[in-house]
Structures are given as structure tokens and as C-alpha cells.
Write a protein that binds this ligand. Structure first.
Ligand SMILES: C[S@@+](CC[C@H](N)C(=O)[O-])C[C@H]1O[C@@H](n2cnc3c(N)ncnc32)[C@H](O)[C@@H]1O
Length: 323
């Protein structure tokens, strides 16, 4: 089986000794299909590989069925509110992550206290790693880390359709126009281009807790700022471990900004010292011991609008899966 194939998230079977997976293949131009009978739609070139793609489409049609309108029209659509309307939330999310990922490759450059390029400290560290054959990014958002990951083949997954469809286009070398939040519900046009960072990446809309990838296949698994963004962070650590080849490496980071609205209460890791607890889980709590090769405190800035930004101090870890 080619290791960069996608697998059906709904019919994998587990036993203590083995995991059986079935790959999904193109079925016409609009679907991937599994021999179990399930079909996964492809929208804007991005396969939606979730156990219940129909439920996902119904729960967030504004994001999945979004059309490309000019940033000016997008801004007009949200101008009269309310702030938490689905399209308004999507526009705000895209504005934040486009600036954070591509702020050094966008016209005009982001302004205000979040000016610059919020993901820069991660890009610097990750781009300097040695090249590996196969890497995956869990929680790729609009794609900058997938663009920079030193690997011959890269796969990337996120569940936010508005983000992954833009990631796919940017990575394919297309300029992406977006509405940048200025103040309140006022937006201004901006255009990002990956330029020489465009590359072939298999971008998928999927759940990082049930990723549609071949287990144990990846030389490098990256999940930045994800542990506090999922319902079950411990399960995410187990998933990351499950995808990583013996001898492969994982790259994770988190500000441990736990929120009840995101995760189950009993899932918070490590009380007052989550960094020590996560490092200990890597050393002793996964399928094999991991050796920590790099540990740092990296700052991560998200521009919210022309007058506000949030800066997190994240705990960054790179660790190698023991044999
Ligand atoms: C805090 S953002 C981090 C994004 C990116 N890694 C970065 O550092 O800029 C969290 C991301 O996780 C994604 N996400 C949250 N839960 C997810 C899940 N269960 N499966 C896939 N993506 C998920 C969100 O859509 C969002 O893009």
C-alpha cells in the first residue's frame, strides 16, 4: 500500500495486535470511495474525509458551500451583523489565520499590534529540520507549515473547511484574496501568495482525532497549537504516536489555553505544569518512549484587528519515537 494514500476513517478495525485499514480511491471527479460503500465528497479540490461527511455539511453549510466573492462583497455580507453569524465567524477566523500564516507574503502587510507574521518562530525552527520522506501536519489551517515542512511528500488535515480550501489554493500557487478585519465588522481587502513556497501537498478536510492516514507511516508528524483545540488532547497525543513510524519524530506546541467550550473538563493535562506533564507522557505514556530532542518556549501571535492581537507563549517539543 502506498503510504500517502488516504484511508477510510469509518471502517478501520483495531485489535491489540494490528490495525486494518482500507484505502479510499477516486470515484468519478466528485468523490473518493471505500469498498465498504462509503463515499467522501470532494469540494473545491479538497476531499471531506470524515466518518459522517453529510452531517458535517449540514452542520456548517456556510463554510463548506462558501463561494469566492471579492473581499469587499464578503465585508458587505457581514456589515449589519450579528457578530456570531456563521459567515461572520468564518470571515474573522480566515482573517486571523491568513495573517498569522502568510503575513510576510500578503499585500498589504498586516497592521496594528499583530503586524508581521505570527507563525514566524515555528516556521524558522521547522524549516531548518532535515528533510524526511513523508510528513503529515495535523491542524494545518491555511497551510503555511505544510508549505515549509522539509519532506519529500506532505499531507495535511484540518476540519475548518474555510481554512483548508484556502490552504489547497495557496499551496497550488494561486493567490488568495481575503477580507482582513480592521475594526468590528469592517474589513479591508488583502491578497496572499505562497510564491516559492507553493508545493504539492495532499490537503484533506478531516478530524485529527480520527485521521484518514495510514498508521505508523510518517517520518514526521506535526501538530502545532492543537492540544488545547480538540475535545480530547490525550487522544490526540495517542493519535500522533499512532501515525509516527518507529524512529520518526513528532513536533508539537501548545500554549495549554484550556477552555471548557472546547474540551472535556477531565481532559486538561498536568494541572499547574502541563509542560512537564506532556513531556512525561512523551517519555513514558505512549506506545514507545520518546526522546526529547528540542524543547523551547515560542511566542505565537494572532492579529485580531487593527487594534488588537493575542500573543501566547507556547511550549514547543520535538521528540523521537524510540525503537
Ligand atoms: C489554534 S488553531 C491552530 C492552527 C495551526 N496549527 C496554527 O498553529 O496556526 C487550531 C486548528 O485546529 C483545527 N481543529 C480543531 N479541532 C479539530 C479536529 N478535531 N480535527 C481537525 N482539525 C481541528 C481548527 O480548525 C484550527 O484550524
Amino acid at each position: 500500500m502506498s503510504l500517502d494514500l488516504l484511508v477510510c476513517p469509518a471502517c478501520r478495525t483495531w485489535s491489540p495486535e494490528r490495525i486494518d485499514v482500507k484505502t479510499i480511491e477516486p470515484s468519478g471527479s466528485d468523490f473518493l470511495a471505500c469498498e465498504c460503500g462509503r463515499r467522501y465528497p470532494i469540494v473545491d479540490g479538497v476531499p471531506i474525509v470524515l466518518t459522517d461527511p453529510g452531517g458535517y455539511l449540514r452542520s456548517d453549510p456556510a463554510t463548506v458551500l462558501e463561494r469566492d466573492v471579492s473581499p469587499e462583497v464578503a465585508a458587505a455580507l457581514v456589515a449589519d451583523g450579528p457578530d456570531d453569524a456563521p459567515y461572520a465567524r468564518m470571515l474573522e477566523h480566515v482573517s486571523i489565520y491568513m495573517d498569522a500564516h502568510w503575513g510576510d507574503r500578503v499585500e498589504p502587510a498586516p497592521d496594528g499590534p499583530g503586524a508581521g507574521f505570527g507563525l514566524a518562530p515555528f516556521v524558522e525552527r521547522i524549516a531548518a529540520l532535515p528533510r524526511v520522506p513523508l510528513a503529515v501536519e495535523l491542524g494545518c489551517s491555511v497551510g503555511r507549515i505544510a508549505a515549509e515542512l522539509p519532506a519529500e511528500r506532505v499531507m495535511a488535515v484540518d476540519m475548518h473547511f474555510g481554512a483548508v480550501r484556502r490552504a489547497r489554493r495557496l499551496l497550488a500557487g494561486e493567490p488568495v484574496a481575503y477580507a482582513r478585519r480592521m475594526i468590528g465588522r469592517t474589513y479591508a481587502p488583502a491578497v496572499a501568495s505562497a510564491g516559492d513556497r507553493a508545493r504539492a501537498v495532499k490537503v484533506v478536510c478531516g478530524d485529527v482525532l480520527e485521521p484518514p492516514f495510514v498508521p505508523g507511516a510518517f517520518d514526521r508528524v506535526v501538530a502545532l497549537n492543537m492540544l488545547d483545540s480538540v475535545t480530547h488532547p490525550r487522544r490526540l497525543l495517542a493519535v500522533i504516536d499512532g501515525l509516527t513510524k518507529v524512529g520518526g519524530e513528532i513536533v508539537i506546541a501548545s500554549p495549554y489555553a484550556w477552555q471548557s467550550s472546547v474540551m472535556h473538563e477531565d481532559e486538561r493535562i498536568g494541572g499547574a505544569d502541563p509542560a512537564a506533564a506532556v513531556a512525561e507522557i512523551l517519555r513514558t505514556g505512549l506506545s514507545r518512549p520518546y526522546r526529547i530532542e528540542d524543547e523551547a518556549e515560542l511566542s505565537w501571535t494572532l492579529r485580531r484587528d487593527a487594534r488588537s492581537a493575542v500573543t501566547y507563549q507556547t511550549h514547543y517539543l520535538r521528540a523521537r519515537k524510540g525503537t
